[in-house]
Design a protein around this ligand. Structure first.
Ligand SMILES: [Zn+2]
Length: 133
């Protein structure tokens, strides 16, 4: 299935072929390009060998087109927020943990709520999150 990942700020397409492309920025200011897999729940990633992100590091994930930080706080957790358009045209919000190696993903749409990986427990109603349109 072909998934299109879209920046919620500039509506730019973030996927090219079988990769989703981001700019990752570490707390120490170091930046690099990161490729993620478009299949939700597949946490494989690729980076240049000079750019290393360690497990447990909280990284800023920026749109490579408009450079907006895609991070959103939900309760006390940091997530990366994207829009997903599936092959059938249905649109969803996707949230995944910005902590490298923390495999926690939520797919949220009208009457759809799916989790992937090892989703962290959140005691909130996602419908109340103003950034999920
Ligand atoms: Zn953007």
């Amino acid at each position: 299935m072909k998934n299109d990942f879209i920046c919620p700020y500039c509506s730019g397409h973030l996927n090219i072929k079988d990769k989703v492309v981001f700019v990752a920025k570490k707390i120490n200011g170091e930046t690099g390009i990161i490729f993620l897999h478009p299949k939700l729940g597949d946490y494989s990633s690729e980076m240049h060998e000079t750019f290393n992100v360690s497990k447990g590091e909280d990284v800023d994930i920026l749109c490579p087109i408009c450079h907006q930080n895609l991070k959103q706080k939900v309760e006390d957790k940091n997530f990366v927020h994207l829009l997903l358009v599936e092959e059938d045209g249905k649109r969803y919000n996707v949230l995944f943990s910005s902590i490298f190696g923390e495999y926690s993903t939520f797919k949220i749409g009208k009457e759809v709520f799916e989790t992937f990986g090892k989703p962290v427990q959140l005691g909130i109603n996602f419908e109340t999150l103003s950034f999920l349109k």
